[in-house]
Design a protein. Structure first.
Length: 265
């Protein structure tokens, strides 16, 4: 029963992720509006046939800006995940292959950053180096890379396990990596949105889900759609990547007879 639920979760999560990517890549440019073009006459307009989600305080089409903001959030999240995968994976391989000082040093570093300082380092990087997209990626990567370190370490141990079949090792290795990418994608997008909400993320007029939510919080009564739709797209994004990642993890556990696969939660 758990196996079938996990398969259903993978299908649902995969469909939601595909729809999000379609919205960010195609729909963001198919609305017919420029996300940066202002129109004072249409400011704070309610949803209509011309503007299905209404407009913001500067008369910009909210639908276009939400789709474009989703693209920004996904891009920064993907960049952070790639950086974390590269750096965390390298450290995980070192930790898995070395039982001495190097392995213990990597283990201590990941535990230290997991305890909270990773977030503080990310904020310090943004304050000292500026609020560019690259710095946001680096900051988010500092928070999420310990997860990839644990997965890479588990993969090394699995690949060196002489009792495991080659096909089984390949499936478990691929599944563990995809699951961690999906889960960390959700975390990276959340970090980006939180930074944007507190004014330390992507700077206006570039739309991003967190900054869009922050822009609309002062107009909750006059135009609730300015906060509702960015929050909705962010919630669906986090839900989709978490469903996909957790369902893959559940399939890995079911395939290993209930025994925890190295590197999975």
């Amino acid at each position: 029963m758990i196996k079938y639920l996990s398969i259903a979760g993978v299908v649902v999560g995969g469909i939601l992720v595909a729809l999000l990517l379609f919205s960010a890549i195609y729909l963001s440019g198919a609305t017919g509006f420029d996300p940066f073009e202002t129109n004072a006459q249409d400011a704070m307009s309610p949803p209509s046939q011309r503007h299905p989600l209404g407009t913001d305080r500067l008369g910009r089409d909210l639908q276009t800006r939400v789709f474009y903001g989703l693209r920004t959030s996904l891009s920064i999240g993907a960049g952070a995940v790639l950086l974390a995968l590269y750096f965390g994976g390298a450290l995980g391989v070192i930790s898995g292959m070395c039982d001495g000082v190097a392995g213990k040093a990597v283990s201590c570093l990941t535990r230290f950053l997991t305890a909270g300082p990773g977030v503080l380092l990310a904020i310090a990087i943004l304050i000292s180096s500026g609020f560019s997209n690259l710095n946001i990626m680096i900051g988010a990567a500092l928070v999420i890379f310990p997860g990839f370190t644990r997965v890479a370490e588990g993969v090394v141990l699995l690949l060196t396990d002489s009792d495991a079949k080659k096909s089984s090792r390949t499936i478990k290795t691929t599944g563990a990596i995809i699951a961690r990418i999906s889960l960390n994608m959700a975390l990276a997008m959340l970090i980006c949105a939180v930074l944007g909400f507190i004014g330390m993320g992507v700077k206006p007029p570039i739309p991003e889900l967190g900054t869009l939510f922050a822009e609309g919080r002062n107009f909750l009564t006059a135009s609730p759609s300015m906060t509702t739709y960015p929050a909705l797209f962010l919630a669906v994004s986090l839900l989709a990547f978490n469903i996909l990642g957790e369902s893959i993890n559940s399939l890995l556990l079911a395939g290993s007879g209930g025994k925890k696969t190295p590197g999975t939660k």
